[in-house]
Ligand binder design. Structure first.
Ligand code: NI
Ligand code: MN
Length: 225
């Protein structure tokens, strides 16, 4: 499994021979100006919730690639009504896709579209790939529900928001990694706006002091699991 950071909460995932884009917010992010959304491959687009900083580039990417948009029922329905391919899910449900098993799990946040449409309830995803399993938290507070995830899935990586203000901060993300029984963390949802700027070295040190590994990727760079 290969995971590429496209800035903010945007990810590319190569798994099972398929390309997945998660929460694309790239074209308006000045830190990601070197990423061309027209070069991104996508068989699927996973959306954690409907906020503008997670869906900005969905339609441009889906129109070009014909990717299947996977999200909660309301978000999938919103794009389905616009003629895009979609797959509706809801909390606690899993589906065996051709790239692996995907579960939609709880997040504590909100989820309205920028145009005011109802975006259902926000979530995160657990992906069980051929050899590795990951959790993408989406925008969320620390929640006890995270303890449920390792009861079903042994995680190799947890992708957690760490920017504070709208989501968990670093300290809560450290507790989350305990709940998730996963000491390998990819941080996201930081630095994009003034509200969520973080001190990188300090954040990495805080995780290190608890025996955990926080990775902060340059935008456009990848990790192989
Ligand atoms: Ni949000
Ligand atoms: Mn957000």
């Amino acid at each position: 499994m290969k995971i590429t950071f496209y800035g903010h909460a945007s990810l590319g995932i190569e798994v099972g021979g398929k390309n997945i884009i998660v929460d694309p917010y790239i074209s308006a992010n000045p830190n990601a100006a070197h990423i061309d959304i027209d070069s991104l491959k996508a068989d699927y687009i996973l959306l954690t919730h409907a906020h503008g900083d997670h869906i900005l580039d969905v339609e441009a990417i889906a129109k070009r690639t014909n990717a299947v948009i996977v999200s909660n029922a309301e978000i999938a329905g919103y794009y389905g009504a616009k003629g895009f391919q979609s797959h509706p899910m809801n909390h606690g449900g899993s589906w065996n896709f051709d790239f692996g098993k995907l579960k939609y799990v709880n997040a504590i946040h909100s989820s309205s579209f920028p145009d005011g449409s109802y975006g259902g309830n926000p979530g995160g995803f657990v992906i069980e790939g051929e050899h590795k399993n990951i959790y993408i938290a989406g925008d969320t507070a620390l929640t006890m529900d995270m303890k449920l995830i390792p009861m079903r899935t042994k995680l190799d990586l947890a992708i957690l928001p760490i920017g504070d203000n709208f989501t968990m901060d670093v300290e809560d993300a450290i507790i989350a990694s305990d709940f998730l029984d996963c000491d390998k963390i990819l941080g996201y949802h930081y630095d994009t706006f003034g509200y969520i700027e973080i001190d990188h070295k300090e954040s990495i040190r805080k995780f290190f002091n608890k025996g955990k590994d926080l990775m902060l990727l340059e935008i456009g760079s990848s990790i192989d699991l």
